[in-house]
Write a protein that binds this ligand. Structure first.
Ligand SMILES: [Zn+2]
Length: 286
C-alpha cells in the first residue's frame, strides 16, 4: 500500500478522490433588474390584509464557478424588455403589473462581463422553469448545455389552458434557434458534474417541471437556490404563491426544500425575496 502510494505520488496521482478539486469556489447572486413596487397580495392573494405590504422584488440569477466550468442558473427577463421597452416583448398586462426596471447592464451577458466572464465561457445553463423572468435569455447561450426538466419543455411549448392567457410563457424566448440547442432533458434530480457539488433538485408545483439547485461550496457551506419553488418568505409561512400549476405539488416541494435546509444545514435562497436579496445579493457567496 505504501509502495503504491509512493508510485502514485511519483506519477502525480492521488489514490483518493480530491474533494477540494471538485468543489465550487463561489456562487454569485445577481438580478435581472427588479419588479415593482406593487402590493404583495398581487402575487400572493392568500396573505391577509394586515400582513400586506408593498414590495420591489429581485429577478434572481446565479453564476456558479465550478472547476469543470461556469454555470448560469436562470437567465432573467429577455433583453428586449430593457429601458422601458417591455411591451415590445411581453403582453401589456404583464408589463403593467410587474413593472420591470431592467437596464441594459442588468441583463445576464453584462452581468457575466462585470465578473470578467463571457457568455461563451458558460458550460451549462440550468433553467429553473420556462416563465418569462427565468428563461428569457437562453438564446444568448447557443454553445452551452441547457439543463431543464423534459416536462417543463412540454409545458413551455403548450401550457395548460388556464396558464395560456396570462403571458407567463413567452414563445419568443425559446423558439427559433433554441429548438436545436443541446438540451439535457431531465426527469428528476441530477448531479451535474458527477461530484455531488451541483445537484439539480426536482421541485414541481409552481410549474409542471420546476427545478431548484443545491450547491456544495468549498467552504463546506451548502446553499439551495429555490428559485420559484419559493418566491419569498411569506410562502414559507403557509401562504402559497398565486400562480401554480399544482398547489399540492407546490406544497410538497416547499416541504422537500425545508427538509434539505434542516437535515443538511443548508441556506435556502428564495427566487423573489426583497429582503433576502438586499442582505445577500450582488455579491459572491463562498
Ligand atoms: Zn419568477
Amino acid at each position: 500500500m505504501r509502495r503504491l502510494g509512493l508510485v502514485a505520488a511519483l506519477l502525480g496521482l492521488s489514490l483518493l478522490p480530491s474533494p477540494a478539486l471538485a468543489q465550487v469556489k463561489g456562487v454569485y447572486w445577481t438580478t435581472s433588474g427588479f419588479f415593482g413596487p406593487f402590493n404583495i397580495q398581487g402575487l400572493i392573494p392568500s396573505i391577509p390584509k394586515e400582513k400586506a405590504r408593498d414590495v420591489t422584488i429581485p429577478v434572481s440569477m446565479w453564476i456558479i464557478d465550478h472547476p469543470k466550468g461556469l454555470v448560469v442558473v436562470d437567465t432573467g427577463n429577455n433583453n428586449a424588455v430593457v429601458d422601458g421597452n417591455c411591451k415590445s416583448h411581453w403582453v401589456a398586462g404583464m408589463c403593467d403589473f410587474l413593472k420591470p426596471s431592467q437596464k441594459r447592464d442588468d441583463t445576464i451577458d453584462r452581468q457575466l462581463q462585470k465578473l470578467g466572464y463571457s457568455v461563451d465561457q458558460v458550460k451549462a445553463v440550468i433553467t429553473s422553469h420556462a416563465h418569462l423572468d427565468h428563461i428569457g435569455n437562453i438564446k444568448m447561450f447557443p454553445k452551452a448545455v441547457h439543463v431543464i426538466q423534459k416536462k417543463e419543455l412540454y409545458q413551455a411549448w403548450w401550457p395548460e389552458k388556464f396558464q395560456r392567457d396570462g403571458g407567463a410563457f413567452v414563445m419568443a424566448d425559446f423558439d427559433g434557434p433554441a429548438r436545436d440547442f443541446n438540451y439535457l432533458e431531465l426527469s428528476g434530480d441530477y448531479d451535474l458534474f458527477g461530484d455531488g457539488s451541483v445537484i439539480v433538485l426536482s421541485t414541481p408545483g409552481h410549474t409542471l417541471g420546476h427545478q431548484s439547485v443545491k450547491v456544495q461550496l468549498a467552504s463546506g457551506k451548502t446553499i439551495v437556490m429555490a428559485q420559484d419553488a419559493i418566491w419569498m418568505k411569506e410562502n414559507m409561512e403557509g401562504y402559497p404563491a398565486g400562480l401554480n400549476y399544482s398547489v399540492k405539488d407546490y406544497n410538497d416541494s416547499i416541504t422537500r426544500l425545508k427538509m434539505v435546509r434542516d437535515l443538511e444545514n443548508a441556506e435556502l435562497y428564495y427566487g423573489h425575496d426583497q429582503d433576502q436579496y438586499k442582505a445577500g445579493g450582488g455579491k459572491w457567496l463562498r
